[in-house]
Design a protein around this ligand. Sequence first.
Ligand code: IPE
Ligand code: IPE
Ligand code: MG
Length: 253
Amino acid sequence: MPCADETVPALPRHVAVIMDGNGRWAHRQCLPRVAGHRRGAEVVREMVQSCVDLGIPYLTLFAFSTENWRRPALEVRLLMNLFRLLLRREVRKLHENGVRLCIIGDRSALERDIRQLVEEAEALTCNNKRLQLNLAVNYGGRWDIAQAACAAIAAMQAGEFALEDFSEAHIARYLSLADIAEPDLLIRTGGEERISNFLVWQLAYTEFYFCDTLWPDFDRTALEHALHSFAHRQRRFGRTGDQVLEGDCFASD
Ligand code: IPE
Ligand code: IPE
Ligand code: MG
């Protein structure tokens, strides 16, 4: 049984993005860092539209990491203000465009009014099907694995399964984004080639695309370059290239 999803290089169904380079973009224009974040937010809007146009159904964007609290307090405050503004101004447009908004990350550290806006946005858009936009805010891959492990242990203590039956599936089921396919393509802009504690578990078999373009300059053409690169990858999932070419693979082995 050939598993076309794994072997045919086509458009990714799930694209994840580490949107990096806002600060350097602003610095190059002699502007404050927040100007880069503002421009970056506009590029998010364009990226969402590109995914809708292209028919990519899942987009996951890294907006604020668990480590980004280490930035100067003023920058953190401005980033949170920008997030608040986007939730107030953009959600209705997303809804009208058929976009479902999901926020992943530890929201307990977010300010109460932001948490409220997040809940309202998720409730308003929850039935939309054109694109699922996952925004990672106060998100860390290690936090995600730890909270999933915690939930798995609670399920075990409640008698759902025995310790000797414990497997990776018990963690996977409680991770953020457990209900959608793992990312096919990870794009990182801004020239760094690292994961920075993004979807540590979920990226196990994702194709990586690193580019020097700073996020505020990441336009439709830059996205098309990334998609073109993805289309020429051979995804082997541990098999040989010949096996993949012969379609000799089984989804569950
Ligand atoms: C990414 O851009 C945005 C966030 C992390 C919030 P940066 O702010 O990291 O930009 P550089 O890396 O300093 O250029
Ligand atoms: C990663 O970018 C986090 C986000 C894009 C939200 P950083 O700029 O924070 O990553 P490091 O610190 O350079 O690894
Ligand atoms: Mg950065």
